[in-house]
Design a protein around this ligand. Structure first.
Ligand code: SF4
Ligand code: SF4
Length: 81
């Protein structure tokens, strides 16, 4: 696993109704509707604000919070260039 792994919102297409609320609410334009489902079209634009997760009425969006701080304390010094 890379230490530089960027976490992004995960959209469960099976739950998404395509309502578009997350797309409209996303402050950075990272989300778009693709084939009637929300998609993280521009992941690098995501500010990880969690607005989409909070407002999705279907619970289709989840932000995988990384618990790296506690791990970093144990792994301090283990850095790969
Ligand atoms: S708010 Fe939820 S249900 Fe609506 S488009 Fe976004 S992910 Fe799909
Ligand atoms: S976390 Fe925020 S910036 Fe990222 S896709 Fe969701 S609403 Fe947009």
């Amino acid at each position: 696993m890379s230490q530089n792994t960027q976490a992004y919102p995960i959209i469960d297409a099976a739950l998404c109704s395509g309502c578009g609320q997350c797309v409209a609410a996303c402050p950075t334009g990272a989300l778009q509707l693709v084939a009637g489902r929300a998609a993280l079209a521009e992941p690098e634009a995501c500010a990880y604000c969690a607005d989409c997760e909070d407002l999705c009425p279907e619970g289709a969006i989840g932000l995988p919070y990384e618990v790296e701080f506690a791990e970093d304390q144990q792994l301090s010094g283990e850095q790969h260039a």
